[in-house]
Design a protein around this ligand. Sequence first.
Ligand code: BTN
Length: 253
Amino acid sequence: EEIQANLQTNVAVSVFKEISSTNDYAKAFSKKNILRCPHLFVSEQQTAGHGLHQRAFFSPKGTGIYMSILVPKIKIIPAKEGLITTGTVVAVINALLKFYPTVDFKIKWINDILVNHKKVGGILTEVVNGNLVIGIGLNLNTAAFPKQLQFKAGDIKDKRLINRDLLIAMITNNCLRMLKNYQDGQFLPEYGKRLETLHNKVIIKLGNRSISGIAEKIDNNGSLIVKNAQNKLETISTGEVVKVASPDNLYQG
Ligand code: BTN
């Protein structure tokens, strides 16, 4: 079957050989320019790629995809912002599955894509002046990671050569389509099915405190519901899952 990505709308595209961060560039760009349509920024490599919680995102040349989609003037309901991230994760996985149909992609709440318990991709959504920036980083075949990432980061482990431009176009298309009615959270069942975090014991860092408990489910806003040591349910809308443990799986995220 031929893979196609028919863009639904006009999208401006800027491609870079090297950049600090496509998200930072998109944010700066949005402040200086009149935006008439979504704008895609892609770079072959990044020197200061980053993610949530001040995490660096290793972005070497030739082995990954580093892209940001700037979407002008989108109506964002603060309580629903988590749905943009969860919706993007599903949109990206669905595009990846067209190219890597046998790979079992999993999700670590809220924004990490995993293969074999290792992070192969991350999403960073940011809002500036009513404009949205969706940043997506994917390790397609990054064999060597820096030492401190060795146990956390991985790649897709599928050596076939794919049409990266087509993958980027499809991701963009899926994201823009998802945004049209992201508030409905139609993608949440799909998100939940792949969510490795569920039913496991988790420790979640929330600023300077952390909570531990069992990840029970996700709610309609994409928040994680955790049953704490006192058997009370807590709703976590932001925070970093630092540890996940189940009998057959123990890893640091
Ligand atoms: C995370 O690990 O929390 C998310 C990582 C997001 C990385 C992508 S790569 C393209 C875009 N530019 C950045 O600096 N970050 C995002």
